[in-house]
Design a protein around this ligand. Structure first.
Ligand SMILES: [Zn+2]
Length: 356
């Protein structure tokens, strides 16, 4: 998958993009791009920022001017990106080239056992002086928060102050995959742009254009719950490192090839509890779907699906849903006083016990 193709504005977001510029007369200064991960919000934010900064054109970045060229090279002085260290490591995209400016320096980061998954108050404080001077090159400056739910409470409160009285030449773009987790006061200060699942045919047309010659794109889209970018990732085998490690561990537990205590300590070394549990939820949902579809002889086509189906066959739906409940209960407590490793251990023990 080439970066250029990946970075085209996704067709189901075009209308919202056009609407943004039609309503330019009453433009707000803070926008919340809200919706499920995999619907094109990040690409949308990239295009929006580039267009707002462009020195030549009002509704579509020209790609030629100094602003556009600097933007693409990762060094536009009026684009400010706040995101967590973890996101910066996990996604090698354009924003990852801008984010380090506001991340802690290496010596501090190296002291942590694993990359921080939050946007901290220091990052917000560091960006504030930069937005209170005049833009360097373009007519405005853009501050992107990716993702807004990564802001910890202090950082969110600090950001609120800037959102209350934003400099007139600034645009805040808050990307959120989970807007329900944001402070209501933060949400209410933003104009909201909602990203929803595209029509199936539109998603399929796009997926086919990205995967020429690949059969069964409709099945891929189904496996991805209709989320086009997730379907594309599935096709490329681009399952995240988190997800594939969690899948391996859960299958080994089911086959008693590993014990829950060492499994938990291995997983927690590399990821946050909430991320691990999300990967577990994705896996169990997938097992449920594959098990559900297994009556159809055409389903369970690839190797991974077959392994998951074998695992799913050893349990009934009631057990699978009960386990999902356990995981989501633990996830709600994650980040609290709970000991992450012990909590994960408990969940993994429950899982292994299903296979006794
Ligand atoms: Zn331009």
């Amino acid at each position: 998958m080439s970066r250029v193709t990946e970075r085209d504005l996704l067709p189901w977001t075009q209308a919202a993009f056009d609407a943004f510029f039609i309503s330019q007369g009453r433009q707000a200064h803070a926008y919340l791009l809200a919706g499920h991960s995999g619907l094109g919000k990040t690409v949308f934010a990239e295009h929006l920022a580039k267009t707002l900064l462009c020195q030549e054109s009002d509704q579509k970045a020209c790609g030629q001017c100094q602003s556009c060229r600097l933007f693409e090279s990762g060094s536009h002085p009026d684009l400010h990106v706040l995101q967590s260290e973890k996101r910066t490591i996990d996604f090698a995209d354009l924003f990852a080239t801008y984010a380090p400016r506001y991340l802690e320096d290496e010596s501090k980061r190296n002291k942590r056992k694993k990359p921080s998954a939050v946007i901290a108050i220091d990052q917000v404080r560091d960006v504030v002086p930069d937005i209170n001077t005049r833009p360097h090159l373009s007519n405005c400056r853009i501050i992107i928060l990716n993702a807004a739910e990564d802001l910890n409470i202090n950082a969110a409160n600090s950001l609120l102050k800037s959102l209350e009285e934003p400099p007139s030449d600034s645009f805040f773009l808050l990307i959120s995959h989970d807007p329900g987790r944001l402070l209501p006061t933060l949400r209410s200060r933003c104009n909201r742009i909602d990203f929803r699942l595209p029509e199936k045919q539109q998603a399929l047309d796009w997926l086919n254009s990205q995967l020429p010659g690949v059969p069964n794109t409709a099945d891929l889209l189904d496996s991805a719950a209709g989320i086009p970018l997730r379907a594309l990732a599935l096709a490329g085998g681009e399952e995240s490192a988190d997800n594939s490690q969690v899948t391996d561990v859960m299958l080994q537990l089911a086959n008693r090839q590993i014990d829950p205590v060492s499994a938990a300590s291995e997983l927690i070394k590399k990821s946050e509890l909430a991320d691990i549990l999300t990967a577990v939820q994705v896996l169990i949902s997938r097992i449920i779907r594959i098990k559900f579809a297994s009556g159809n002889p055409l389903s369970a086509k690839n190797n991974c699906d077959r392994v998951l189906l074998d695992c799913g066959k050893r349990l009934n739906f009631k057990q699978l849903y009960a386990f999902l409940d356990i995981v989501s209960n633990t996830k709600q407590l994650a980040g609290g006083p709970l000991d992450d490793t012990l909590a994960l251990e408990d969940n993994l023990i429950s899982w292994q016990n299903l296979f006794s």
